[in-house]
Ligand binder design. Structure first.
Ligand SMILES: Nc1ncnc2[nH]cnc12
Ligand SMILES: [Zn+2]
Length: 341
């Protein structure tokens, strides 16, 4: 392990943008396909990995929805979630606010309760076993209708007692602006849920503006294209909005041609509160450490820059102020540690 990798791993951090279904590694996919008698269009792990060659978001989503078909029962969602927590606990992740796509499962006949309870049980066990605290956010698939999102919101109500803390918006962005879900998000806000949305990943800055002004999100997922609107950038820098940026995802989905062109550094320089996350690590080639490493050298990030990205992740999380100060003090301790000087 390089010194830089050691440093990144040692820094306490929160992951704020992770789709649990995107952490389904080919090995587990094969295992669950066999167990559940699901036919995959691949014979080997190698073949699966070779299929992960994407030109855009939709290319990826087609494979992602196909992959999640192997998840059939509560135990499968439990195994998926535990595998993720085990992996990131070794990378300095002390807190994770994870997404899942219930409509991707209920549409295949897997009951909402099985999916949700399997994930929640793993989050509880993972907290004990790996020391990673967590929260669960339910995402609406934006290529589906407003009516279907409302039906999902209603179905999830029994879990709004603190088990599902918020709602998000993901899937095919272009042609499905945030405004399509304005009334759903207003209803979620009335229920005291926290609100996040993918915006400005492929879509224009106008979609970021809609997510902020119409959906009234508490946090923005991706938001890379915000920089195309200077006034909006200034407003969001002033308001302290947190952005959950995913470098390897952007590279794999051809949002950037090269990491040297990645907007992360420009976003930081514009005063935006940026964080680094993995999005769909099983599909994009790496978890948290890999994402930090992927931009560290191309964007010439200093150790202080990297530590600030970690502080932002804690500050931008939905932890209490007390919990945040404990983690931020621990980040400062790593910076002071002699092996790092
Ligand atoms: N990067 C991404 N963008 C939109 N929807 C997603 N679902 C899973 N990963 C996604
Ligand atoms: Zn995402």
């Amino acid at each position: 392990m390089s010194d830089l990798e050691k440093f990144i791993t040692a820094l306490p951090k929160a992951e704020l943008h992770l789709h649990l279904e995107g952490s389904l590694e080919p090995e587990l996919m094969m295992e669950l396909a066999t167990k559940n008698n699901i036919e995959l269009p691949y014979q080997t792990i190698d073949e699966i990995r070779k299929a992960y060659d994407f030109s855009n978001l939709q290319d990826f989503l087609d494979i992602y929805y196909q992959g999640m078909n192997v998840l059939q029962g509560e135990e499968d969602f439990y195994a998926l979630t535990m595998a993720y927590l085990e992996k990131v606990s070794g990378e300095g992740v002390v807190h994770a606010e994870v997404f899942y796509d219930p409509q991707g499962h209920t549409s295949r006949g897997v009951p909402f309760a099985e999916v949700t309870n399997g994930i929640l049980r793993a989050l509880d066990d993972g907290r004990e076993k790996y020391g990673v605290s967590s929260e669960l956010i339910m995402s609406f698939l934006r290529h589906l209708s407003e009516e279907e999102a409302f039906a999902t919101l209603r179905e999830a109500e029994p879990w709004f007692d603190g088990r599902i803390i918020g709602v998000g918006l993901d899937s095919s962005e272009l042609g499905h602006p945030p405004s399509k879900f304005q009334r759903v998000f207003a209803a979620a806000r009335e229920m005291d849920l926290l609100l996040v949305a993918h915006a400005g990943e492929e879509g224009p800055a106008a979609y970021v503006r809609e997510a902020v002004e119409l959906l009234k999100v508490d946090r923005l997922d991706h938001g890379n294209r915000t920089l195309e609107d200077t006034a909006l950038t200034e407003t969001l820098a002033q308001s302290g909005m947190t952005f959950t940026v995913c470098p390897l995802s952007n590279l794999k989905l051809c949002g950037v041609p090269d990491m040297k062109e990645h907007p992360l550094r420009r976003m930081m320089d514009a005063g935006l509160k940026v964080t680094v996350n993995s999005d769909d690590p099983a599909y994009f080639g790496g978890y948290m450490t890999a994402n930090f490493l992927s931009v560290a050298q191309p964007l010439d990030l200093s150790k202080e820059d990297i530590a600030q990205l970690c502080r932002n992740s804690i500050a931008g999380s939905f932890l209490t102020e007390e919990e945040k100060s404990v983690h931020i003090a621990a980040i400062d301790q790593v910076l002071l540690h002699p092996w790092n000087c």
